[in-house]
Design a protein around this ligand. Structure first.
Ligand SMILES: Nc1ncnc2c1ncn2[C@@H]1O[C@H](COP(=O)(O)OP(=O)(O)O)[C@@H](O)[C@H]1O
Ligand SMILES: [Mg+2]
Length: 335
């Protein structure tokens, strides 16, 4: 990418959630771009990604759910001369989308889906209703007083409307078990999908035109983290990812999760409207989504479609050894 940084210097891109694998994957991609100067943010001074950038480029920020998060981040961005913010933390997405105009007024762009798309995507019930005419969607209802356990086929899934990280996902084996569960308008009941599960990384340009759809299969999971996986060509699943991305209006990078039903048809689980933790595999498969997304944000047209090759990944932990004073040093940066 050749877009020059503003005011004659390199483009300063701040990646949040620097302790997480999505941020690390995005940073690995963007640091290969000579026109980009990377900065890293996290709420925790022990976040590994902070130590992949120079001391001046590290900052602590409040939790995404904290009141005043967006204002505090904007203030840090102005101090650090940030041009683009790339958020990777779920809790940050809505507050940032709501503050998009405020950031723009100060010349700072967000690599983030529009607020309207987030409103659909981040509520799994609204998402299911929204996509029902576009792709196969499992039967999904609010787990409220109107649910009649006799009217469902078991097992069923009960999960939070706005959950993440598989927290609160329950497989319910029988009507009796379901009847014993506490009802809540914050929960949904969903048809159980027994088949193969896919994470489909999709890239859309700044206008929402989908240019790439790359299905991944998890081969090995250790403590909830994918440690082995592969990308796979499957026209049906690729088209599924594209259709969901188009229907929801996401921009830049998102991750569409689907699982096959009893007849083998892919059906929608959820959409994560941000870079996923295993994005490195998609990049290695030939679609460098962070760099392409940034190029589109800067007004550069993306190709009509971008294909990929099948790759597998095995993952391991890596380390940086640093002076303990550096950890305390980041803490001071927020003051
Ligand atoms: N309807 C379903 N049928 C089968 N498995 C499901 C279903 N819904 C969720 N799961 C399982 O639970 C995991 C987490 O659910 P998901 O909808 O992705 O929520 P989140 O990741 O936001 O917690 C999925 O990856 C899948 O393995
Ligand atoms: Mg999920």
């Amino acid at each position: 990418m050749t877009a020059p940084g503003r005011r004659g210097r390199r483009l300063r891109v701040l990646v949040t959630g620097a302790g997480g694998p999505a941020a690390i994957a995005a940073m690995k991609s963007l640091r290969a771009d000579d026109s980009v100067e990377l900065l890293a943010a996290d709420m925790d001074p022990w976040a590994a990604g902070l130590y992949l950038v120079p001391t001046w480029a590290r900052t602590l920020i409040p939790a995404g759910a904290a009141p005043g998060f967006a204002d505090a981040l904007l203030k840090r961005c102005l101090t650090l001369g940030v041009d683009v913010v790339l958020p990777t933390v779920d809790a940050e997405l809505r507050p940032l989308a709501a503050a998009k105009a405020k950031f723009a007024a100060d010349g700072i762009e967000l690599l983030l889906a529009p607020a309207a798309a987030l409103d659909v995507i981040l509520d799994k019930l609204i998402l299911a209703q929204h996509c029902a005419d576009v792709v196969r969607v499992p039967r999904t209802e609010v787990f409220g007083p109107l649910v009649d356990p006799a009217q469902w086929t078991y097992p069923v899934i009960v999960k939070p409307r706005q959950g993440s990280g598989s927290r609160g996902v329950v497989i319910v084996g029988s009507a009796a078990e379901l009847a014993a569960l506490d009802r809540s308008a914050e929960l949904i009941i969903q048809e159980f999908l027994p088949g193969e599960e896919y994470s489909v990384d999709v890239l859309a340009d700044a206008g929402g035109r989908v240019v790439a759809s790359v299905p991944r299969l998890r081969a090995r999971v250790d403590s909830g983290v994918s440690v082995g996986g592969r990308t796979v060509h499957d026209p049906q699943v690729e088209a599924f990812g594209r259709a969901v991305a188009q229907a929801t209006g996401v921009t830049f990078v998102a991750n569409v999760q689907c699982k096959r039903d009893a007849s083998g048809a892919p059906a929608l689980l959820e959409v994560n409207p941000r870079m996923p933790g295993t994005l490195g595999l998609t990049i290695a498969s030939g679609v460098d989504m962070p760099r392409l997304a940034l190029a589109s944000l800067l007004g550069k047209p993306l190709p009509e479609t971008i294909g990929f090759c099948e790759r597998a990944v095995v993952r391991f932990l890596d380390e940086r050894f640093i002076d303990p004073a550096e950890i305390a040093g980041v803490g001071l940066a927020l003051a």
